[in-house]
Design a protein around this ligand. Structure first.
Ligand code: GAL
Length: 633
């Protein structure tokens, strides 16, 4: 598989007289991919049922004539204004019951049948017209499902579809009442059509009701995406991708991924650090112009799993963005480093967002490879360097890592639904573990929660899984290596009740979680060997061997054979020690890394990636600030 570099381009936003020189400059830069189309619905279908493809034909021809391969996006994230006259109720509704208005994007409800019909029509028209165009080499469905909090909608359409979904799942209202424990506050229903959406309740809704709604809302995204892939596949064999986001968990990406060929994601490292990464104020300053050293890698590994091996970066930050609380300029070198880090994790392509900075509309303050006056912006030369380096470097093979980390979207919904402590975040817990593994210089495969085979891994981590699937339970039972389960593992049944016998219910591990507590940010539970638990702590009983204690003499880490249970959320000191011990026990070599330097092995190539704003010396080699180097061995 040849790796490629690309860019996102919006021909409809520029005078046609620019297209040919834009295309020629892209090719000269060494780009091979160009993504277009995903926001151009009003130009494709200016009036209902009246299509204008001539401009798009010419744009694709102009790009293709330069040898560029086109990724064609379906425009369903931007329904035209006329659509609202046809379907005034197609807007999603927020939790306060207010329709979300027209005037930006993603103004649609996944459950609205009329809107789905319109999507089916435009996708079919595009598929028929462009499936035979040799320049269209891949497709993208919609754009960033879930962006701007658009998965959960409290609309009439969602309510009716949810009631059908419940009837399918539970078959009888009595079964639903029992499963949810509706006797609790006399919440019993006598018919499915009485069941509302879990918003605007006087106090909290039944968490089982909320979880059912979260599962339903995720299924709606999956079926909306499948509506498009089913149509596309009738006409084309080209691969189909979707561009996912960073730290967005509102739907099960593994489930959408099953209907796609490529998982792509949109990487904005500096925006993410400013906007969503949990880091100390010192680290936020230290990595201000580089981004968090693990956040991108985590998503590269996650989307490699979602794409079953095939994944891209569909949008790569090229300079300051417009949407984060603060939008610093990247250090020179970062636009190259980020691309190389993606290739080191197995990306097939990295596309910068966007070609030219737009002088108008919402993203006028968002950098591109070109400035609004078409002069090169700083990332232009860095992209050119990556293109030259890619051409000179033979492909690297992707090999299975020795360490696996399980990631489960439903567990994130579960702990959002019932956090029990204000700052309990499933994503945060998993990401902390990932960071700990990366501090030890380890390569990691992220695995879905239905993984049935763990062979080949020396170490498997599965923190915070609300419900361990039967497949994973069987795999863990058969697994001969070292596993770290917990905290908060297998703590809920599929219907969101506390299981009896009590968790974690892991075969061979004789212990039960007798009590849990959550802790405010300034409280620590020290461990006898150093470090502490914070945020979350469990008190376990049972005969399993105690490997570590808390300072107050309760179990902190339990073991039976290779299976370990961690009884709290460890701070970095505790986590580093526990992971180091587990690696020693598993005969897994570790490579403790200096702050901000990361290591990634791909085939016989070792990449060293320096996220620091200063040079770092590692094993006798000096790596410059914001630089990436590699060697074969
Ligand atoms: C992404 C989105 C793009 C653009 C970009 C700006 O979330 O897919 O269309 O808005 O952010 O950074």
């Amino acid at each position: 598989m040849k790796r490629g570099l690309g860019v996102c381009y919006y021909p409809e936003q520029w005078d046609e007289s620019l297209w040919a020189s834009d295309a020629a400059r892209m090719a000269e830069l060494g780009l091979t991919w160009v993504r277009i189309g995903e926001f151009a619905w009003t130009r494709m279908e200016p009036q209902p049922g009246h299509y204008d493809w001539a401009w798009l034909d010419r744009a694709i021809e102009t790009l293709g004539a330069q040898g560029l391969k086109v990724v064609l996006g379906t425009p369903t994230a931007t329904p035209p204004r006329w659509m609202l006259d046809l379907y005034p109720d197609m807007l999603a509704v927020d939790a306060q019951g207010r329709p979300r208005g027209f005037g930006s994007r993603r103004h649609y409800d996944f459950s609205h049948q009329g809107y789905r019909g319109e999507c089916a029509k435009i996708v079919a028209q595009m598929a028929i017209r462009y499936s035979k165009t040799p320049h269209v080499c891949a497709w993208q469905t919609d754009n960033e499902y879930a962006c701007h909090n658009t998965v959960l909608s409290y609309s009439a359409a969602a309510r009716a579809t949810f009631q059908n979904w419940l009837a399918q799942r539970y078959q009888s209202v009595d079964a639903l009442n029992r499963a949810w424990g509706n006797v609790f506050w006399s919440m019993d229903y006598t018919a499915f059509d009485q069941i509302g959406l879990p918003n605007l309740t006087v106090t909290e809704a039944n968490p089982a009701h909320v979880m059912a709604f979260r599962r339903f809302a995720s299924d709606e995204v999956v079926s909306f995406n499948k509506l498009q892939t089913d149509i596309l596949r009738k006409h084309t064999a080209a691969p189909i991708a979707h561009n996912y986001m960073g730290q967005v968990t509102d739907f099960d990406h593994f489930a959408t991924g099953a209907d796609l060929d490529i998982a792509a994601w949109d990487a904005y490292p500096i925006g993410f650090l400013s906007d969503r990464v949990v880091a100390s104020p010192d680290d936020k300053r230290h990595f201000l112009r580089q981004g968090d050293p693990d956040f991108q890698a985590f998503h590269h590994d996650l989307y490699r799993a979602v794409g079953r091996g095939r994944w891209w970066v569909m949008e790569q930050q090229p300079g300051p963005v417009n949407w984060a609380p603060w939008n610093p300029d990247p250090l020179p070198g970062m636009a190259r480093l980020w691309a190389w880090e993606a290739f080191a994790h197995g990306a097939e392509a990295v596309c910068y967002f966007r070609w030219r900075q737009a002088p108008f509309a919402q993203e006028a303050m968002h950098a591109g490879l070109l400035r609004p006056d078409s002069a090169p912006a700083p990332a232009f030369a860095e992209a050119a360097q990556v293109a030259r380096e890619l051409a000179a470097m033979p492909d690297v093979a992707h090999t299975q890592a020795k360490v696996a980390l399980v990631f489960d979207y439903a567990s994130d919904w579960a702990w959002q639904t019932q956090p029990q402590g204000r700052d309990f975040s499933y994503f945060g817990l998993v990401f902390d573990m990932y960071r700990g593994l990366r501090r030890l210089g380890l390569d990691i495969d992220i695995l879905p929660p239905h993984t049935a085979d763990l062979s080949g891994y020396a170490l498997v981590l599965a923190p915070g899984l609300a419900t361990i699937t039967p497949a994973l339970m069987a795999a863990l039972t058969a697994y001969q290596g070292t596993a770290l389960i917990g905290p908060r593992a297998n703590a809920k049944t599929a219907e969101f009740a506390i299981p009896v016998p009590l968790p974690p219910n892991l075969p061979g591990l004789d212990c039960v979680v007798a009590r849990v507590e959550s802790l405010p940010p300034d409280v620590r539970v020290p461990l006898a060997n150093g470090g502490a638990f914070h945020r979350w702590r469990e008190k376990l009983e049972g005969a399993a061997e105690v490997v570590e204690h808390t300072a107050d003499s309760l179990p902190a880490l339990l073991r039976a054979g290779g299976a370990h249970y961690l009884c709290g959320w460890p701070d970095d000191t505790a986590l580093d020690r526990v992971l180091t011990q587990l690696c020693h026990g598993a005969d897994l070599p570790i490579h403790p890394m200096p702050k901000g330097l990361r290591r990634r092995r791909a085939g016989d190539v070792t990449f060293l990636i320096n996220y620091n704003p200063h040079p770092v010396t590692y094993e006798g080699q000096t790596i410059n600030a914001a630089d990436v180097v590699w060697s074969r061995a």
